[in-house]
Structures are given as C-alpha cells and as structure tokens.
Design a protein around this ligand. Sequence first.
Ligand SMILES: Cc1ncc(COP(=O)(O)O)c(C=O)c1O
Length: 402
Amino acid sequence: MNIEKLRSETPGCAHVIHFNNAGSALMPQAVIEAQQNYLNYEINQGGYEAVDHFRKQLNHTYQRVAQLINAQPQEIALLESATTAWVKAFFSLTFQPGDRIVTAKAEYATNYINYLHLAKTQQVDIEVIPNDESGQVSITALEKMLAEDQQKTIKLISITHIPTNGGLVNPAEEVGKLAKKYGVLYLLDACQSVGQMPIDVQKIGCDMLSATGRKYLRAPRGTGFLYVRESLLETLEPREVDMFAAEWTTTDTYELRQDARKFEYYEYNPANRMGLSAAVQYALELGLDNIWQRIQQLGDLLRKQLAEIPNVTVQDLGQVKGGIVSFGVKGIKTEFIKQKLREEGINVSLIVANGTLLDMQDRGLDHLVRASVHYYNTEKEIEQLCGVVKKIILVHTRIEHS
Ligand SMILES: Cc1ncc(COP(=O)(O)O)c(C=O)c1O
C-alpha cells in the first residue's frame, strides 16, 4: 500500500491525527467528490431530475456493495445506518413465547435492548454464549447449547462480529457453520468489520448482515446497508412498508417487492449514496486483504507501544485482533485523556460500560479510551499518540504530587 498517496487523497490527514475510525473514518477525496458532483447537479437541476440523471450510478451501488460482501445485488437494501439495517431485519422475524435468541457477551447495546424489548413484549428468552479463554465467543459452548436444544426453541443466533469496545474479532465463520448444522437463523452485526476486513457472506454463512458506511468503509455519515440471503427474503415481511417497498395493487391489496429493497423507503439521500458507492469502490480497488493486513499490523503496534507505558492497560480480547484498541490509564479519567489528546490534534473516542454492558461488567470495566486505527494511519502517528499519553501521565503525576 502506498500510504503517502492514500494520505494525500484524504484531506483530513493534513489536519488531524485520526484514531477514531471506529466512530467515523476520514473520507477520501473520491468519496467527497462523488457527493459534491451529485449535489452540484441537484442544486442546479432539481432533486428528482438529479436522481433521473444519476440513476445508473445510484443503482450500481447495489452491485458494488454486493461485490464487497460476495452477495447478489437483490440481497442488498441500502439504508441510513447499521442500526436501521439491523432493526429492520430483526423485527421482520417472528417469534413465539418461549423462543430463544442466542447472543454473545460483547453484544452492542442497541441490539441487546431490542432483545430485552422482545423478551418483555413477546416473552422470548435471551441466552448468552460464554466466552472461551481468549475472550471470543466459545464455539464449544455454542455447539453444546444447540445440541441440547431438543425442543428447537433457539430461533436466532445474533452476534456482533467486531464489538464496538475493543480489538476482538468474533469467529463469525465457525458460528455460521453451527447455525447451518442446526438450522438456526443467523444475524450478524458487521458494523465494525465491513471495510476493515474481508467479509464473505457465503463463507460466514450468515442469513442477515447489517453494516454502516461511515466507519471502516470511509463513506459519508448517514449510510448503511442490510444483506438478506435470497432464500430467506420471500419468507420475511418488513414490520412497516411504504409505497416503494410495496405496490398498492387493488383497493384491498398490496404486493411486496421481491428483493431486499422491500426494507427501504422511497426517500433517501442520493448524494450520500453516491458517496457510499465511491467508498466501496475505493476499498475494492485497494483490496480488503491488504486493508486488513495493514490495520492488524498498526493495531498490534499500537497495543504493543501502549502496553509499554507504565500505568496503561490495554484491554483487548480475542485470538484475532483488529484495529480497535481499548485502554485505560490508572488514576486518570478517560474524558481527560480524550480532551488532552484532542488539544494536541489527536482524535480518539471513549468506551462507556453500557455500550456493551455484559462484557464490561464481566471484566469489571467502566470507562476506556478507544483508539481505532485505519490503514492511512502511520507508525509516526502511533508514536505521537503514545508520546502524548506519556506526557499526560507525567503532568498528571506531577500535579498529584505537588
Ligand atoms: C458493533 C456496532 N453495531 C452497531 C452500531 C450502530 O451503527 P450505526 O450508528 O451506524 O447505526 C455500532 C456503532 O458504533 C457498532 O459499533
């Protein structure tokens, strides 16, 4: 990878040291221009006329997203966030009282809140797969749960691939093999993994997958997508539809679309979609294997350098680790660290316990700093980040002792 070239194609790199890629990454010029070109046309010619003019390119987004995850275009719905995608898929499933949803320790708050909502309103049960000794989902424990499910009450396996709060990469493929073996539906929250690592829905074996654009894909904010396996599509009916998702055929009837776009509405932000399309193309051209290799390399380097600083504890779990690095500094509030780093032009974000409550409680953690690397970060930036962390600790210790 030509990092200098990639950085020169990223205007933000000239202004900040960006370690908040798990929040929202810096957009490359190609993504910015795709949106600007579209907007220029829309400003001058009108909103609907712009859609007509760019229809081919807008539609091509489905192909590109499908290619990114090895799916078919008709299996893709383009939505405004990972949450919208996930919620739409989840609430199109039907459950009976006593059905079980199986999830993982590092589950994202929004997902878990919705399991709780269903537990309250439809009396489903939630089961959490224990972790193995490395901190990832225990495949042995999951197999045991499935094998012991004589009554076939486990209706859904729903896990997060890369959690929001650390470097862990859950073994999505192994989970998929078990889901297939036991005939259980499998929903994967790939919000942090799409764009960060190669994602192949055929290999993973998930039935549904949700993702966002603004994080590792480097697309604009307000973009995301849902994948639904074609064989499952016809059995699913979205909770609510509009006149795009369904056609009002006679006064008493409507007909749903056949493809995944039945999860969309008529109205969307086309300039954003152009940006998403450009971002996917950019990632495809770079190659997801190359991207993943570089991110893992930088992630490992950052973990190593942080771990060498006295009073810093790196908290990442798992056998395989990605670009999200979580750490705490003994005696110093995370908010203070974030603010001081920001003053030095370094962006990081914070992890709070109730974002991934089961996992954080299990580990007795409350707050952490999240420094998430992307391929365009450099070794020098990592040194700068660690240098500022050291300085913060030094100044803090001096103040404490004065
Ligand atoms: C693991 C995970 N899932 C889902 C989401 C929600 O994504 P969005 O804000 O695009 O809805 C996030 C956002 O941080 C996340 O980290």
